[in-house]
Design a protein around this ligand. Structure first.
Ligand code: AMP
Ligand code: ZN
Length: 476
């Protein structure tokens, strides 16, 4: 197998992955803030983290993956003066934060399942770690923090090369200006936010700095360090985290470990899914979430495939046409795999054509997860003719274990377009089509046309002679 090379945002270069602990890979991914449904852009971050995990498993590492759930601390803007996203949503909906958190965490987990993202070793919930966060803050407070009326702040000048990850001092970095009065430096950030007098917060805890809530960055330092041990192998997140959240985590980790070490060997970032109009937002226009794709009749794995077709470090523009194309590609794969599923798997891939494709597949995923090329190797393996089916089955299984398209489980019927807006059931369509077939056999074309017209009126397109073998489709 080829050496695994990954792009490390710390050095902005490809580096050969060598694990901290022999044969083990420990990965931490910044999870969602559960104040709303995740949009499909958020889910791109987890498809990426999952693909990374799958590649590490395929390379023989025992994977320990932790994804956190942020149910406290994440503010509406990056300046520490914003409102807590969870508190704000709870107030708007007049519900308890805990109910909001539970509802949206479950919705996120449903998307995780729909996209065939593997379960991590642990989902760490931020509010379960508040005592540990207070301990962490206590351990760095004297040397690295200062107190203001509004809370405890991290002094970014107390660590070496603060913001190096963001390249904050260069044209590349975004830099930022802080809104909180009294801060020593613009980039200083809240470790603990005191509840302002006269304000009611649903989530607050006692601390040496008064009653309040932890700053958002603290949770990830605490949970990654506690669950994976510093230094661990890889920390992931969306590219936006490279600018503020991760530099702040790194500063905390340096303070905690009394070293210059960032806490993780690799910091990896996926680029954004964007809409033509610009960056995706949970509040703009039609809310692009996985359930919307399903309601419109797409199989969620078509979206996973769409993500895999692009490199994770490239921006990916979402369009319905693009999703449709990915869906058709998925259908072709699923159909081509169907006859192979019946075979008895070989125990080893020995066919030379397959081993060559495997070499290409391995080189691709080892090259900073080049899933676009890996997909073509898989497709060529699926298309091979005059080949032992047991060999083919094993090759497909091994490649798909990395790409996660679930090709050996998904059935053709699962990919049937089933929009929520449909006014006719599948059983009714099948009955009508059977009646149409009978009418045609009896050369009663008036009747067969009438049946077809009735189906069209109900939004069903009859697809005689469709190359993919679909008999009908409901218009979305
Ligand atoms: P949040 O719930 O806002 O904390 O975001 C969850 C994850 O999604 C983070 O890793 C973000 O960096 C990532 N993310 C946010 N928006 C996008 C997007 N449009 N495309 C890809 N990843 C995103
Ligand atoms: Zn985080």
């Amino acid at each position: 197998m080829t050496d695994l090379k990954l792009f490390n945002s710390l050095t902005r270069s490809l580096e050969v992955f060598e694990s901290v602990h022999a044969n083990e890979a420990r990965v931490y991914s910044c999870g969602p803030t559960v104040y709303n449904y995740p949009h499909i852009g958020n889910m791109r971050a987890y498809v990426f983290a999952d693909t990374l995990g799958r590649v590490l498993s395929y390379k023989g590492y025992k994977l320990t993956h932790v994804i956190n759930i942020t149910d406290v601390g994440h503010l509406t803007d990056d300046a520490d003066a914003g409102e807590d996203k969870m508190e704000k949503m709870a107030a708007e909906k007049a519900q308890s934060i805990w109910d909001i958190a539970r509802h949206y965490t479950e919705a996120y987990w449903a998307d995780v399942k729909a996209l065939n993202i593997r379960q991590p070793a642990k989902w760490s919930i931020a509010t379960d770690y508040v005592p540990q966060m207070i301990e962490f803050a206590k351990s760095i407070a004297d040397k690295h923090c200062y107190e203001l009326d509004s809370g405890l702040y991290f002094d970014t000048s107390t660590v070496a090369r603060y913001g190096a990850l963001a390249r904050a001092q260069t044209d590349e970095g975004e830099g930022r200006i802080e809104a909180v009065e009294g801060k020593r430096h613009a980039a200083d950030f809240a470790i603990w936010r005191k509840t302002p007098t006269g304000e009611n917060r649903q989530m607050e805890w006692d601390s040496p700095w008064g009653r309040g809530a932890p700053g958002w960055h603290l949770e990830c330092s605490v949970m990654s360090g506690d669950l994976l041990g510093f230094p661990f192998d890889i920390h992931t997140g969306g590219i936006d985290h490279r600018e503020i959240h991760h530099p702040n985590e790194i500063a905390q980790n340096q303070a905690r470990t009394c070293s210059d070490h960032s806490g993780a060997r690799f910091w990896m970032h996926n680029n954004f899914l964007v809409e033509r109009t610009g960056k995706m937002s949970k509040s703009a226009g039609e809310f692009l979430r996985v359930q919307l794709l399903i309601d419109k009749g797409f199989h969620p794995l078509a979206y996973r495939l769409m993500c895999l077709q692009a490199h994770y470090r490239s921006e990916l523009e979402f369009s319905w046409d693009g999703l449709q194309a990915a869906f058709t590609r998925l259908k072709r794969m699923v159909m081509a795999v169907a006859p192979v599923k019946e075979a008895v798997s070989a125990s080893e891939v020995t066919d030379q054509r397959l081993t060559e494709l495997f070499a290409r597949f391995d080189a691709a995923v080892s090259d900073d997860l080049n899933t676009a090329i890996a997909l073509t190797a898989l497709e060529e393996a699926i298309a091979l003719k005059k080949i032992d089916l047991g060999q083919k089955l094993l090759a497909i299984a091994q490649m798909d274990a990395v790409l996660g398209l679930d090709l050996l489980k998904v059935k053709r019927a699962d990919l049937r377009v089933r929009p929520k807006s449909a006014v006719i059931s599948e059983a009714e369509i099948e009955t009508a089509l059977a009646a149409r077939k009978e009418a045609r056999a009896a050369k009663d074309f008036a009747k067969s046309d009438a049946i077809r017209d009735d189906l069209i009126a109900k939004g069903v397109e009859v697809m005689d002679g469709d190359p993919l073998g679909w008999d009908w489709k409901i218009e979305v």
